[in-house]
Design a protein around this ligand. Structure first.
Ligand SMILES: Cc1cc2nc3c(=O)[nH]c(=O)nc-3n(C[C@H](O)[C@H](O)[C@H](O)COP(=O)(O)OP(=O)(O)OC[C@H]3O[C@@H](n4cnc5c(N)ncnc54)[C@H](O)[C@@H]3O)c2cc1C
Length: 433
């Protein structure tokens, strides 16, 4: 039983919770962080690309001792049909910079390291402890939490919900609704271990350089989703994810899709000889701006995946988690330092501050995209058409180039119709603006 009162209790030790706990502890607040996993990161799944900018704002010297895998110098975007891959690739020597902008990481060691920094800043972190309930007054004010282990209830001025996408606490307390199956993806991921030199020769890398591949197309069998391959030092992270509502409708399984992806002629040679040592599944919130719940109330704020903060188009989540966590921590600190009560009105500062950041601006920009992307033609018809067009274009077969151009245009109009093409282009352009 802990009978002291805290300035803040943070539920969850993922990137959002760690960023928030660190920010508040660094400012001298009395912070308790509770994590249900055996250790921070033990329950967490991510690709994972770390976007350095968000972490730089919290721990500027993180490159000195954080468990980073490779810095990303090359990004490949693949559009696949069953036999072919059309690729857009960007590689630059500029990414071999003193402070690289993106790294691959493995979440378990990374979260552990992050948590050590949180503890060093003065927060108390207790693992293997599930918060079972938010304690509320009759008027709805949140005044603390109850756990499965520590007995009684623990008081705090503010509770930070950093419990991830699947967090039940906020839902049970009626602070947010259960995410709809059409707004959450289910992703599976495997770790393929391969010797370092093999990764470097297969991906044309030197030292700690890394490549990340994002893939879409018929690999998801018409469902809205993507796959990925990320290079770590001595392993590859390979995964795929689609909307839960699509899985329910098609009866496809995530594992079945992943097996199929691994057998694709563009993927199989990259994985040859690898040893699979880990398999994990996790949800990703993909409802975008329109799915963001109420973010603050009397005595509580929501950060990270629990607030649906994922930019699915750019595959960004952990940086949004860290940024929302940091901003929430700053807002809570401001309320405390001004000796204000943690009312909904005072904590609304968090939302105001967040509105001015890239997080809300990006979420808003892509607000119509989740709906627009729910179109099976993007994942079946267009990958086929693109592949056919590429073949027509690249084969040298005595057909003149003008005839080839006409054939490509005709194939698009014949397959999708002129109005279909216009409608898809219009919907996408509007959603992208
Ligand atoms: C397969 C996959 C690939 C991804 N790839 C990327 C990527 O490459 N780059 C990127 O930026 N993002 C990526 N993401 C998204 C990213 O992982 C999330 O956006 C990020 O982890 C969100 O952080 P969070 O702290 O909000 O939640 P989480 O990381 O989910 O952490 C929540 C924590 O709360 C704990 N918890 C939950 N409930 C309780 C409770 N009641 N009591 C105590 N503890 C509790 C959990 O155990 C967990 O540790 C990926 C996600 C998946 C699934």
């Amino acid at each position: 039983m802990i009978d002291e009162k805290f300035d803040a209790i943070v539920v969850g030790a993922g990137p959002a919770g760690n960023a928030c706990a660190l920010t508040m502890a660094q400012r001298g607040m009395k912070v308790l962080q509770l994590e249900r996993g055996e250790y921070p990161g033990s329950k967490n799944v991510q690709g994972a690309i770390l976007y350095a900018d968000a972490l730089d704002k919290l721990i500027p010297d993180f490159r000195e001792d954080a468990p980073l895998e490779r810095h990303v110098i090359e990004q490949r975007l693949w559009m696949m049909d069953d036999r072919s891959t059309s690729s857009m690739q960007y590689r630059s020597e500029d990414f071999n910079e003193e402070k690289p902008n993106r790294y691959t990481i493995i979440r378990a060691p990374f979260d552990k390291w992050f948590s050590r920094r949180v503890q060093a800043a003065g927060a108390i972190v207790i693992c293997e402890t599930t918060v079972t309930e938010l304690v509320q007054e009759v008027d709805g004010r949140v005044i603390g939490v109850r756990t499965d282990r520590l007995g009684g209830f623990i008081r705090a001025d503010v509770v930070v919900l950093a419990e991830g996408v699947n967090g039940l606490l906020g839902e049970r307390a009626g602070l947010r609704s259960v995410p709809k199956p059409s707004t959450v993806a289910l992703a599976v991921k495997e770790m393929h271990f391969i010797p370092r030199e093999t990764i470097e020769s297969r991906f044309n890398l030197e030292g700690d350089e890394g490549v990340v591949i994002e893939a879409a197309g018929t690999i998801t069998k018409g469902m809205t989703g993507t796959a990925f391959i990320y290079t770590n030092k001595e392993s590859l992270s390979v995964g795929i994810g689609c909307l839960v509502s699509d899985f329910a409708e098609t009866k496809e399984t995530p594992y079945g899709l992943l097996e199929r992806f691994k057998q694709h002629p563009s993927v199989k040679p990259l994985l040859t000889g690898s040893e699979v040592k880990e398999y994990a599944a996790h949800m990703i919130p993909e409802g975008g701006y329109n799915a963001i719940p109420q973010l603050f109330g009397h005595g509580w704020v929501v950060v990270g995946d629990a607030g649906q903060f994922v930019n699915a188009v750019h595959r960004e989540g952990s940086n949004l988690a860290m940024t929302t966590g940091r901003i929430a921590g700053e807002a809570v600190f401001q309320v405390k330092s001004r000796r204000e009560a943690p009312t909904a009105e005072n904590l609304s500062r968090y939302k105001q501050m967040l509105d001015a950041t890239f997080v809300m601006k990006d979420m808003k920009k892509y607000k119509d995209l989740p709906g627009a992307l729910h179109n099976k033609h993007y994942f079946t018809t267009y990958p086929h058409l693109l592949s056919q067009a590429m073949q027509t274009w690249f084969r040298v077969d005595g057909v003149d180039k003008k005839a080839k151009e006409n054939e490509i245009v005709k194939s698009f109009v014949k397959t999708r119709s002129f109005t279909g093409l216009l409608s898809d282009a219009w919907t996408m352009a509007r959603a992208w603006r």
